[in-house]
Design a protein around this ligand. Structure first.
Ligand code: NAD
Length: 378
C-alpha cells in the first residue's frame, strides 16, 4: 500500500502510527480533514489480519466522518483511530491509557470516542490521560452510549423518507424490515413499535434476535438471508456495511432504504440504481449522525435536551437532501456528497479572513469529579 498516494487521493491531512511496546499498543490515528473543526471519530479495536488492512480501515472511516460531521452542520472534521488487537482478549488499562497519551500528543486535533470493539469503560481509561475523548460516562460530564441517539436520529430521517414516499410522515401502520438488532437496531425497533409500525427483523446472533424480539414485541423474525426480500415500506440496514450490493439489490421489495449502518452501499452507483428503481434512499452519513451529534454536544458541556433537539433536526437534514436531489435531478447520495463538499469549500474560503476556525477542541465539561483511576493527573 502506498500510504502517501492514498492520503493524496482521499484527501487525508495526517496519519499517525503509534507503537508503545510496553503497553502492547499498535494504533493508527487518521485525520482526514479539519477544515470545519477538530477531527472527531471513534476508536475501533479489531484483530486486523494485516497492518495494511488496519491503515485502510482507519483512512476509509476517517473520511466518512468528515462527511458525517459536515452533513450534520457540526463544527467538526473527520478522524478515526484503530487499535490492532482482539477486544475479547487484549483489553487492559495500560493499553487504553497509552492510547490516551497518543491522543493527548495531538493537542486536540483529534478527539476519540467509542466504536466497534470499544466501550465506555475504555473511554474512562483514555480520559485518565486526555480530555480529548467523548462518550465518557454521564457521571463524569460525558454523554454515555451514543446508540440510542443514533437510533432516534434514524427514526427522524426515516419519517422524512416516508413523508416523501407516501405523502405523510407517520410510521403508524408502516412495515419496517430491520437488518441487525444490535445497539442501534434494537433501539430503533423499540421506537418503531411505540409508533405503531409493524417490525420484521433479523440478526445473525439468533439468541439476540429472540431476546430483542420478545422485549419489544416484534412482529416477525426472519433469517439473515431472507430480510432483503421481505415485502415492506422501509428496509433499515443496521448491521455491518455494504447491505446494498450486487447480490441483494434485486431482492429488495421496499419503497425506502433508511437505516443506521455505515457504508450501506457497495458503491455510490448503487444509490443511483436505487433511484432508478424508484426506491428512496437516505444517505447513511446523513441519517446516522445522531450519535455523533450527541458526543459533539459533550464538547460544549453536555445537555441532553439540546442534544435531542439537534438530533431531531435530522428529519430536516434528510428532507433537504431529497429537495436538493430533485433540484439537481440526481440521486440522493450524489446530492449529499455535493452538499458536504460545498460546505467545506465555502468554510475553507473564509479561513484566511480574520480568525481561523479552530482545528483544536476546547472542551467544556459540565462537571468533573476527582480521579477514580489510580495515577490520574488531575
Ligand atoms: P452492534 O455491533 O451493536 O450491532 C450490529 C448487529 O448486527 C449485531 O447484533 C450483529 O450480530 C448483527 N449482524 C452482523 N451482521 C449481520 C448480518 N449479516 N445480518 C443480520 N445481522 C447482522 O453495532 P451497532 O452499534 O448497533 O451499529 C450498527 C451499525 O450502525 C454499524 O454499521 C455501525 O457502524 C453503525 N453506526 C452505529 C452508531 C452507534 O451509535 N452505535 C453510530 C453510527 C453508525
Amino acid at each position: 500500500m502506498d500510504i502517501f498516494e492514498s492520503m493524496t487521493t482521499q484527501g487525508h491531512e495526517q496519519v499517525v502510527f503509534v507503537s508503545l511496546g510496553d503497553a502492547g499498543l499498535k494504533a493508527i490515528i487518521a485525520i482526514h480533514d479539519t477544515t470545519l473543526g477538530p477531527a472527531l471519530g471513534g476508536c475501533r479495536m479489531y484483530p486486523y489480519k494485516t497492518e495494511a488492512e488496519a491503515v485502510a480501515d482507519a483512512m476509509r472511516l476517517s473520511r466518512a466522518m468528515t462527511y458525517k460531521a459536515a452533513a450534520a452542520g457540526l463544527h467538526l472534521g473527520g478522524g478515526k483511530s484503530v487499535i490492532i488487537g482482539d477486544p475479547k482478549t487484549d483489553k487492559n488499562e495500560p493499553l487504553f491509557r497509552a492510547f490516551g497519551k497518543a491522543v493527548a500528543s495531538l493537542s486536540g486535533r483529534y478527539i476519540t470516542a467509542e466504536d466497534v470493539g470499544t466501550d465506555v469503560q475504555d473511554m474512562e481509561f483514555i480520559f485518565s490521560e486526555t480530555d480529548y475523548v467523548t462518550g465518557v460516562d454521564t457521571s463524569r460530564g460525558g454523554s454515555g452510549n451514543p446508540s440510542p441517539y443514533t437510533a432516534f436520529g434514524v427514526m427522524q430521517g426515516m419519517m422524512a423518507c416516508v413523508a416523501r414516499a407516501f405523502g405523510e410522515q407517520s410510521m403508524k401502520g408502516r412495515t419496517v424490515a430491520i437488518q441487525g438488532l444490535g445497539h442501534v437496531g434494537a433501539h430503533l425497533a423499540g421506537l418503531l413499535k411505540k409508533e405503531g409500525a409493524t417490525v420484521i427483523a433479523t440478526d445473525v446472533d439468533k439468541a439476540r434476535a429472540q431476546k430483542v424480539g420478545e422485549e419489544h414485541g416484534l412482529d416477525e423474525l426472519v433469517s439473515p438471508d431472507d430480510i432483503f426480500s421481505v415485502p415492506c415500506d422501509v428496509f433499515a440496514p443496521c448491521a455491518m456495511g455494504l447491505a446494498i450490493n450486487e447480490n441483494t439489490i434485486d431482492k429488495l421489495k421496499c419503497k425506502v432504504v433508511a437505516g443506521g449502518a455505515n457504508n450501506q452501499l457497495q458503491s455510490d452507483d448503487f444509490g443511483a440504481e436505487l433511484e432508478r428503481r424508484n426506491i428512496f434512499y437516505a444517505p447513511d452519513f446523513v441519517i446516522n449522525a445522531g450519535g455523533l451529534i450527541n458526543v459533539y454536544t459533550e464538547l460544549e458541556g453536555y445537555n441532553e435536551e439540546r442534544a435531542m433537539r439537534l438530533v431531531r433536526n435530522l428529519y430536516y437534514s434528510v428532507a433537504r437532501i431529497f429537495t436538493l436531489a430533485e433540484a439537481h435531478n440526481e440521486p440522493t447520495i450524489f446530492a449529499a456528497r455535493r452538499m458536504v463538499r460545498s460546505r467545506i469549500q465555502e468554510v475553507a474560503r473564509l479561513q484566511p479572513h480574520f480568525n481561523r476556525f479552530p482545528a483544536r477542541a476546547a472542551i467544556h465539561r459540565n462537571h468533573r469529579v476527582p480521579a477514580a483511576a489510580p495515577g490520574r493527573r488531575r
